[in-house]
Design a protein around this ligand. Structure first.
Ligand SMILES: O=C(O)c1ccccc1NCC(=O)[C@H](O)[C@H](O)COP(=O)(O)O
Length: 209
């Protein structure tokens, strides 16, 4: 299973988290986020990482130009679209960045919204389901309604996100079977400052899955 740790801000934590078992690291390119990182910070965090680690830039309602410039200058391998990007936008981005993984994040609060994820299937590589929050786009620590996701089987790989922690991860995975999981605030001391003990505990617990 893929495990993405999101909201990395400190270059020295990036390799440490990869060495603990993360398969993907996420860098927040949303200026309003407390986890926002500049292109220079992403470059420093990405530089020591081995090739097999996915390096994902997280954007929300950015322009195609902004995204493609950041991807190219930061050596990212994927983008996560965490705003209100349409399927058409994902399609256009695919034309510009054909070899980059496109992950569409959807903030889901009910079954009707869950069904709209089908609109993206033809235009993205991966889906990511996050919790809805009225003021914040991501990193909220809020969990989704896991019961609603028990029968969710899209024809694209998908990540479960939203309020996952070392303490609730096994409960979540006993109920639902995503292709990957994404954690941010559940393995932090404060926004952007990852707690390596919590990350280690997470991977120790995942060994039993
Ligand atoms: O983390 C942020 O601050 C953020 C801000 C704006 C858009 C997206 C953001 N994070 C996206 C992520 O991938 C988080 O990992 C995801 O929302 C889960 O967060 P958490 O509930 O804290 O595990």
């Amino acid at each position: 299973m893929r495990v993405k740790i999101c909201g990395i801000t400190q270059p020295q934590q990036s390799l440490a988290i990869a060495n603990l078992g993360a398969t993907a690291l996420g860098f927040i390119c949303v200026p309003t986020s407390p986890r926002y990182v500049t292109i220079e910070q992403i470059q420093a965090a990405v530089a020591p990482l081995p090739d097999h680690i996915d390096k994902i830039g997280v954007f929300a309602n950015s322009s195609i130009l902004q995204i493609s410039e950041t991807v190219q200058t930061s050596n990212l391998t994927g983008v996560q679209l965490h705003g209100d990007e349409t399927p058409e936008f994902c399609d256009q981005l695919r034309q510009i960045l054909p070899n980059i993984e496109i992950i569409k994040a959807l903030r889901v609060r009910n079954l009707q919204q869950l069904e709209t994820t089908a609109n993206y299937i033809d235009y993205v590589d991966t889906l990511l389901l996050d919790a809805y929050h009225p003021q914040q786009l991501g990193g909220t620590g809020k969990t989704l309604d896991w019961e609603m996701l028990q029968a969710y089987k899209p024809s694209r790989p998908w990540f479960l996100a939203g309020g996952l922690t070392p303490d609730n991860i096994l409960t979540a995975l006993s109920q639902i079977h995503p292709d990957g999981i994404d954690l941010s605030s559940g393995v932090e001391r404060s926004p952007g400052d990852k707690d390596l003990d919590k990350v280690e505990l997470l991977f120790a617990r995942l060994k039993s899955v």
